[in-house]
Design a protein around this ligand. Structure first.
Ligand SMILES: [Zn+2]
Length: 310
């Protein structure tokens, strides 16, 4: 009777608690940030699908043990404005739970994306009016406090203060700018924003862990881009010199802040400096970790999708 409901419910529980805890504590994501981000995205998508799919499967179970065929049967009755006799209060509660959850996830995600874009547009306009235009993207604010951040979008701005310029050597400044340009070029905000939205929709510990982890991983990706052009020592020295203000996150916190000067990188700067200074070459079995994470991500999304489509 509950052929699809049990696996989906078990998957939803696993992805809601133990999997995020284990993934957040793992050390390998620091060496494979891109694969780790893909795995977090898969955890989010599969978690959402199974969280909505499990109550739906429970709801249609009296009609059919399989989710897809049960939903088809239910829609046939719905089109005839008929409620199947086999459905009772328990099934109605399950449908209501799935419906509220789906509407909340989609609604809050859209609302959050709209608010973030609106706030970013305001901030881009504000720096265009108040800062010196160093080039098409770069804006220099007349402020003594060191800060550098990206206001992402289709026409991104990279903002630094005069305090940053005076605090850094030329190669360190270039490293900081390369970090921010990586955020802008690779649209890192599109990676982080869904997690911020999901955290708003479901403000629970797994969502907090996912957002914190993905935000940190995006900083590592931008650091890796900066290292390729400027080298590890220059970026590490820059991070030490200007502290946590070197890499504001391209997400709601940055977008929602009244001034970019108040935003700071959520990733502890010391962690990023350690990662740069203690970087070890990925060798042997460690090389397999990245591909294994990508494979796990694909399987995670394919699992609940298969339950829906089979
Ligand atoms: Zn950054």
């Amino acid at each position: 009777m509950f052929a699809d409901a049990w696996p989906l419910a078990i998957l939803a529980i696993l992805l809601a608690w133990p999997v995020p805890v284990v993934l957040a504590r793992a050390a390998w994501p620091k060496r494979h940030p891109r694969a780790a981000i893909a795995l977090w995205q898969a955890v989010g998508v599969a978690g959402g699908l199974s969280l909505i799919g499990a109550p739906l499967a429970i709801g249609v179970a009296p009609l059919d043990g399989h989710l897809r065929t049960g939903l088809v049967e239910l829609s046939r009755d719905a089109l005839r404005f008929r409620v199947p006799e086999a459905l009772g209060l328990g099934q109605e509660i399950a449908f209501a739970f799935a419906g509220v959850l789906a509407i909340r996830l989609v609604g809050v995600t859209l609302l959050s994306a709209f608010r973030i874009e609106r706030d970013l547009r305001r901030q881009r306009n504000a720096v265009d009016l108040t800062a010196e235009h160093a080039d098409r993207q770069l804006r220099v604010l007349e402020h003594a406090a060191p800060a550098a951040y990206c206001l992402p979008g289709t026409r991104p701005r990279i903002v630094i203060t005069e305090g940053t310029i005076s605090a850094l050597a030329p190669d360190e400044l270039e490293a900081v700018l390369a970090h921010e340009r990586a955020h802008a070029r690779w649209r890192h905000e599109l990676v982080v924003q869904p997690f911020v939205a999901w955290e708003s929709a479901l403000p629970l510990p797994p969502a907090h862990r996912a957002t914190a982890a993905v935000t940190a991983l995006v900083e590592m990706l931008a650091d890796d881009h900066a290292v390729r052009s400027s080298g590890r020592p220059a970026l590490a020295r820059a991070l030490v010199a200007i502290g946590g203000t070197a890499g504001p996150v391209p997400n709601q916190r940055a977008a929602g802040a009244p001034s970019g000067l108040t935003t700071t990188a959520p990733t502890p700067t010391l962690d990023r400096v350690h990662r740069l200074v203690r970087a070890v070459a990925v060798t042997g079995r460690e090389r397999l970790v990245g591909p294994a994470a990508w494979l796990a991500a694909v399987l995670l999304v394919a699992g609940p999708t298969w339950f829906v489509l089979r």
